[in-house]
Structure formats: structure tokens, C-alpha cells
Design a protein around this ligand. Structure first.
Ligand code: DAH
Length: 342
């Protein structure tokens, strides 16, 4: 067999195998098989020794040409394989963004939390600072410093949860008034949102655990008009334009004078409806001028300073706000109810 035929044979064989290579490993094996030390073409090169000196240059040239052709073919195949691998990888990694997925269940804020946050926004916007205090409170702060005397019915075990003779679950957020006055110097402007406890039976409007937000302002020349202005701003912020307050005389041991505060009924804008039982007003909170006795007990000179305080029940606000007819709904944790306040 002549040199040309032998080369053609190697070439044909190589082309057949080349088409079958599907990865770099088999391509490399093919390269070794043809061009490697013991490869077919290398063997052919070695066999040139048998040729006559005149034949050698032409034969050598033919073999080298073939070597170059094969190298080019291998290189080309390598590129093709690389490109195929890349396409394969891209296909594997493709994300179908249109494919439907099950979304993780996302919770929602509790109506009391929503109302509380809104009120915090409102009062911090007016310069109040948020303070928090203990839910397990000393009788001293909960009653004594709030000027609630020993024989007062609120102290009765029927209304108050006692831990022992001196410790109670706080029945209101008002003890934070005392704690604040005893640790800060005027001017004081704080709100205290939090949980409070009363030994009440559960019904549509009562719960042994509920929430209040206390407000306290102490400064020189603070008057009832400041309380009115602050609460009017609060009423508009939370319920919208046109909602205002009505003050009715009342009594609390820790304020003097004291007031019960009504807001324009947001359902009928004061015209009178079922929600406000035809009065046009909704009772929402208590407040008043901090009793000078309380100021003195808490180390504030009542001849220099005066202040106002108020306490708001958050459940009641949430119920009016969202038209929740029964307080128990807010504590049962039913997601069908809770999911409505997103
Ligand atoms: N502490 C009262 C309660 O629990 C609410 C209250 C009334 C708070 C008048 C005040 C206030 O600060 O001035 O019902």
C-alpha cells in the first residue's frame, strides 16, 4: 500500500471516529490514537525509515500535511463540543419565571398592633417618646403613686390580679406616669403602649387582658387646652378630617380635673347612627390634668410644673375602626378573621 493510500485510510478512520466523539475525553483519546507517540500517523512517520532517501521528503511532507489537517479537525470538534456543553448547561440552569409556584403563607398584623402603630406614629410625630414598663408591677406604682387609696374598689381582688400583697399585674398603663416622673426631669412628653390585666369575665366587650396607651406631658404652663389640642390632632390623624373631641367631666384619682373624652362618630360623622346609638359621639378615652398630689409624690414641684395625662383603650379603637362586633374575635387567633387586616 502506498503512502497516499495509507494516509487516506488513517484519515477516513479518523473522520468516522471523530463524528462519534461526544465529549472532550473521547476527543482526547482519539488525538492520542492518531497523533500520540504510539499513534497511527506517528507510526507511519516512523516507517519512513524503510523508504529510499529520494522518497522520504515527499512522504514526510504528505504526513505533515495530514497531521495539520487532523489537528485542525480535532480543534474544530473541540470547539463544537465546548459550545454543545455550554448550551446544555444553560438549558439545565434555565429558570421558567412564568411557572406557577406556591407562595409561602405570609401572616398579617393584628388589628390591635395596627392601631397601636398608627397611634405611635401620630404621637411621636407630635414629639412624644415611647416608653415601656413592666406588666408585673408593684402595688406602689400601680395604685399608691396614682393616688388610688387603700380602700378603693379598683384594688379589690375581684378586679385586680394579685401576685402577692405588694405585686399585681398592672391594671392600667398609668403606673408608667410615676415611673417616668421619678426618673426624668420635665419637660416630659411620653406615651406608653402596653398590655394590662383585669379580673374581668370574658364577653363581647371585656377581656382579662387588653391594651392601653398612656400619654403624659409635664412642663411649665401646661393646661387643659393643650390636652384638648393634642387629642383633637390625634382624632383627625386616626379617624380623618372633621373628627373632633368632646370633653365630659369625670373623675380619676390621678387627675384633677378629670375628663371622659368622646370622639365624633366616624361612622356617621356626628349625625347619629346605630354605632353611636344616635348620639353622634363615641367614648374613647379618659384624661385630665395630673393631680398635684401625684406630681408631688413623684418628685415634681407642682408650683412650677403642671401636666396632662390620658389613657386610651386600644381594643375599643380597633373595634370601632374595623367594625369588629365582638372583642373575643381578637383573641381567638382564627386566621380567617386575622387575615382580613392586611
Ligand atoms: N388609667 C385609666 C384606666 O385604666 C385611664 C386613664 C384615665 C388614664 C385618665 C389617664 C387619665 O392617664 O388621665 O381606665
Amino acid at each position: 500500500m502506498g503512502m497516499k493510500e495509507r494516509i487516506a485510510e488513517i484519515h477516513e478512520a479518523m473522520l468516522r471516529e471523530l463524528a462519534g466523539t461526544d465529549e472532550m475525553k473521547s476527543l482526547e483519546a482519539l488525538r492520542v490514537k492518531v497523533l500520540g507517540k504510539k499513534g497511527d500517523l506517528t507510526a507511519l512517520l516512523r516507517s519512513m525509515g524503510q523508504l529510499s532517501p529520494e522518497e522520504r521528503p515527499a512522504a514526510g511532507a504528505l504526513i505533515n500535511e495530514e497531521r495539520e489537517r487532523i489537528t485542525a479537525l480535532l480543534e474544530e470538534r473541540a470547539q463544537t463540543l465546548k459550545e454543545m456543553a455550554r448550551k446544555e448547561a444553560l438549558k439545565r440552569e434555565t429558570i421558567d419565571v412564568t411557572e406557577p409556584v406556591t407562595m409561602p403563607a405570609i401572616g398579617s398584623e393584628h388589628p390591635v398592633t395596627l392601631v397601636m402603630n398608627e397611634m405611635i406614629d401620630c404621637f411621636t410625630g407630635m414629639g412624644f417618646e415611647v416608653v415601656e414598663g413592666p406588666e408585673v408591677e408593684l402595688d406602689h406604682y400601680n395604685f399608691e403613686l396614682m393616688n388610688i387609696p387603700k380602700n378603693h374598689p379598683a384594688r379589690d381582688a375581684q378586679d385586680t390580679f394579685y401576685v402577692d400583697d405588694n405585686i399585681v399585674l398592672r391594671t392600667h398603663t398609668s403606673p408608667m406616669q410615676a415611673r417616668t416622673m421619678l426618673t426624668r426631669k420635665p419637660p416630659i412628653r411620653v406615651i406608653c403602649p402596653g398590655r394590662v390585666f383585669r379580673a374581668d369575665e370574658v364577653d363581647a366587650t371585656h377581656s382579662p387582658v387588653f391594651h392601653q396607651m398612656e400619654g403624659l406631658v409635664i412642663d411649665k404652663d401646661v393646661t387643659m387646652a393643650d390636652l384638648r389640642g393634642t387629642l383633637n390632632a390625634f382624632a383627625e390623624y386616626v379617624y380623618g378630617k372633621g373628627i373632633t373631641t368632646r370633653f365630659r367631666p369625670s373623675f380619676f384619682p390621678f387627675t384633677e380635673p378629670s375628663t371622659e373624652v368622646d370622639l365624633t362618630c366616624a361612622a356617621c360623622h356626628g349625625k347619629g347612627c346605630r354605632v353611636c346609638k344616635g348620639t353622634g359621639w363615641i367614648e374613647v378615652l379618659g384624661g385630665g390634668m395630673v393631680n398635684p398630689k401625684v406630681l408631688e409624690m413623684c418628685g415634681i414641684d407642682s408650683s412650677v410644673y403642671s401636666g396632662f395625662a390620658f389613657g386610651i383603650g386600644l381594643e375599643r379603637i380597633a373595634m370601632q375602626r374595623y367594625g369588629i362586633p365582638d372583642m373575643r374575635l381578637m383573641y381567638e387567633g382564627d386566621v380567617r378573621f386575622l387575615g382580613q387586616f392586611r
